[in-house]
Design a protein around this ligand. Sequence first.
Ligand code: SAM
Length: 222
Amino acid sequence: MTDQQWQAVDDYFTGLLDTADPVLDAALAANAAAELPDIGVAPNQGRFLQLLARMRGARNILEVGTLGGYSTIWLARALGADGRLISLEVDPKHAEVARQNIARAGLTDQVQIRVGRAVDTLAELAGEGVGPFDFIFIDADKPSNPDYFAWALRLSVPGSVIVVDNVVRNGAVVDADSADPKVRGVRALAEAVAAEPRVRATVLQTVGGKGYDGFLLAEVRH
Ligand code: SAM
């Protein structure tokens, strides 16, 4: 199958199952206008994350890696009126675009964006006693994935769901000798998850408009 076919299948199902959403479309347009890289989740992946969060009954969501807030909006919409989402972003420009997109989505009261290296802002959250979070989405710099997973565990409770994006990397993840720091970060994450008795986890490979990649899904055990 070609990338074009993957995109066509994504378009077919998204066209059937997701009605047009001017707020999300405007967020993507604003991201493009601000020249943010096109590395956010695809629309069907946003819906997938939202469904997972809703099925979990999430009330406190943590996101690592905001970009322009596209996945943030999908996830925040899974929350009830009393739910909260904190998203961590290192780039002030990305955070500013995200704030505007989130305001346009009417989610400013529910979403907080913290700017800084996530390893630092995660430590801040722990120091402030913020959390625990019942749904955590990790989608930032891949070499730091093992650190983010450790923090996610620390900031979670039994039953929390942890999702990590981009763990397949066009299949490069199986190359044990890879020098790519992103691949190495994903492999170190997988090994940390495998060695962690507090979670049960799996990986789902994905293809589509965003190429060949995959999500790691983990549940913190009761
Ligand atoms: N979750 C977003 C979405 O689907 O719309 C996409 C996030 S994008 C793949 C990754 C983001 O992580 C970028 O905005 C990047 O600036 C941010 N990032 C990279 N390194 C980071 C770090 N050390 N701490 C926090 N954010 C970081």
